[in-house]
Write a protein that binds this ligand. Structure first.
Ligand code: NDP
Length: 319
């Protein structure tokens, strides 16, 4: 008996790909590589597998008339047209919680990296510069003021870690969280004006596009550092580059970029910037947990069982 057909809209992590292939025939981006063949295949597709930012547009959702679920490998799902999915009766799932620790760990890693210039120090030694040193001094992290843009699952986990460093913690979000015990600022600019390190950890998409703009960077100031582990779209990258070039801010730690995997070359050579390749959840343990959850959601959706982790907008579809 042939296996049911699912569509992968992007290159999937091997853990997720292999799990899917054990049960389904996985069509790898056929909608892009061979649209004519896909037109014939589309009615047979029972599930759509995606990644955090991979595009699942309205036009595709209209074609997969028998799809039962869109299962995203990642907590963010800004590439999925969720409104269209709901209209077509296709619930969307994601992988919250299982990656929270890793993303919070990397956020703190970037705070320490930019503040204490750890990657630069490594380069300094490797380049044989130590004998003619010393290096420029870093910025103390313990006891500094941390601002978190987006106090959700990951934002709270970052706050927990920052407490261990004796940092004073403030945040902004759409709504105040009075029970958090942290100081709330109603805008990113007001928060930025009152912190040393500004960590961005909101979803991407239209609602947060360029939330961190020239005004926010100016408020952060020449001794302030920006850390972005959210989505490249949340930061106005041109404004950020200008702010770094002009000394408007002290430096940045960046895991995400506007046009991944392409990072503006001007950033490569800036000593005050630490760059990672969108790898905040990239540990073996977490990628396995994400694959297990994404696969479980795919199987549940296709077999009509309760979904493990539908996105908030789709909760009412599955009750
Ligand atoms: P949550 O939904 O738990 O938290 C999101 C937070 O962002 C909430 O506090 C929310 O506010 C806030 N927020 C949303 N819109 C705005 C806005 N316009 N202005 C200010 N705050 C806003 O999500 P998670 O913490 O689980 O994940 C957050 C994001 O992290 C993901 O969506 C993804 O984009 C990113 N991420 C990046 C990874 C990487 O590899 N770099 C890995 C994993 C996630 P409120 O509480 O008021 O609704």
């Amino acid at each position: 008996m042939s296996k049911p057909d699912v569509l992968a809209v992007a290159k999937l992590h091997p853990f997720y790909q292999q799990a899917l292939e054990s049960v389904y025939t996985v069509h790898d981006r056929t909608h892009i590589t061979d649209p004519t063949a896909f037109a014939a295949l589309a009615p047979r597709i029972v599930g759509v597998a995606g990644t955090g930012e991979a595009s699942v547009p309205r036009s595709l959702l209209a074609q997969v008339t028998n799809a039962k679920v869109v299962s995203v490998f990642g907590v963010g799902y800004d590439g999925v047209d969720v409104a269209a999915a709901i209209e077509h009766g296709i619930p969307v799932t994601h992988t919250p919680d299982v990656l929270t620790d890793d993303v919070a760990d990397l956020a703190m890693g970037l705070v320490l990296s930019v503040g204490r210039t750890i990657p630069q120090a490594d380069q300094f030694v490797r380049a044989g510069q130590w004998p003619s040193g010393p290096m420029a001094l870093g910025r103390k992290v313990s006891g500094a003021r941390l601002g978190i843009v987006g106090l959700g699952r990951i934002g709270k986990a970052i706050a927990q870690r920052a407490k261990g460093f004796g940092m004073s913690i403030a945040y902004t979000a759409r709504t105040e969280k009075a029970d958090s015990g942290f100081k709330f600022f109603p805008s990113a600019a007001e928060l930025a004006a009152n912190v040393d390190f500004l960590v961005v950890i909101t979803p991407g998409g239209a609602g947060t596009k360029h939330l961190i703009n020239a005004e926010v960077l100016k408020a952060l100031g020449p001794r302030g550092f920006l850390i972005n582990v959210a989505r490249g779209s949340v930061v106005d990258e041109e404004a950020l580059i200008a702010a770094l070039q002009n000394g408007t801010i002290a430096g940045a730690g960046l895991d995400v970029f506007a046009n991944e995997p392409h990072v503006p070359e001007v950033l490569w050579t800036m000593n005050k910037v630490v760059i990672t390749p969108h790898m905040a959840s990239a540990t073996t343990e977490t990628r396995q947990a994400m694959a297990d959850l994404a696969f479980a959601n795919m199987q549940a959706g296709i077999s009509g069982q309760p979904l493990r982790t539908p996105v908030p907008e789709c909760m009412s579809m599955v009750k």
